[in-house]
Design a protein around this ligand. Sequence first.
Ligand SMILES: NC(=O)c1ccc[n+]([C@@H]2O[C@H](COP(=O)([O-])OP(=O)(O)OC[C@H]3O[C@@H](n4cnc5c(N)ncnc54)[C@H](O)[C@@H]3O)[C@@H](O)[C@H]2O)c1
Length: 264
Amino acid sequence: MKPDFKRFVGQVAVVTGGAKGIGGACALRFAQEGANVAILDVDMKAGEENAKACMAEGVEALVLNCNVADETSMQAAIDAVVNKWGRIDVLVAAAGIYSGKPLTEVTMKQWQRLIDINLTGVFLSNRAVAPVMMKQKSGSIINISSMAGKTSFPASAEYSASKSGVIGLTRTVAMDMAPYNVTVNAICPGNTVTDMVVKEVSVQVSAAVGMSPEEWIQMRANDAPLKRLAEPWEMGGVAAFLASQDSRYITAQSIEVDGGIIMT
Ligand SMILES: NC(=O)c1ccc[n+]([C@@H]2O[C@H](COP(=O)([O-])OP(=O)(O)OC[C@H]3O[C@@H](n4cnc5c(N)ncnc54)[C@H](O)[C@@H]3O)[C@@H](O)[C@H]2O)c1
């Protein structure tokens, strides 16, 4: 849903995983509210498409080929953003992958790849923007964790561990950045209609519990008190709130945006 107000005119938002899905919706939301947007992703085709949608909102958009798990790649991307616009007001760290297998089948390679992207990638992005925001004495960092960081489902050891790690990382980065007037929070989405859920999670988890992917998605919708999955733009709206003036006294939090499913 497109807002009819613009809170970020003249600001710069960096979104990792900003090509599509939740990150894509966050990038578009900041563009709709007037921010210039940098999309850091490994999917250049989807990144260019989302950048076009952002630019249609009358802002500038930059697409940078960045693997969040790679220190050099991350630093080069952040340097490019600062070279272009001279500041960074918002970071949304949304890049992530899913893999799930029963515990005894999780290989070291699978474990390490997921931790590198989902946890180390968030650390590297937070660390790279920190000096910029410290110098400005302003900024908002929003890390995308998951309900899986607070509760768990079977066959998701590395995913749950990475997302719990993001919550812990968020709290401690919030402490480090508080003296510089930078807030740091995490969003914990419930199941959201993106490629990750429709093409990956539903396929892998449903197989483990003997359902079809469609049945599993319907079950997850029914499990939520609001009786549906989330739409990506709903995460964009919360990210925008966490970067706005209305949330300046909120930091070190991990906020569930899950239709109430954590209560069930
Ligand atoms: N969809 C959900 O239900 C859900 C729920 C909770 C949390 N999350 C989290 O939200 C975030 C976004 O997930 P999504 O559902 O939008 O997934 P998605 O697959 O639709 O999008 C993920 C994006 O991250 C990018 N990406 C993947 N690896 C990367 C890397 N190494 N470097 C840079 N970019 C990379 C992909 O190219 C893609 O554009 C993830 O961190 C995910 O764990 C999703």
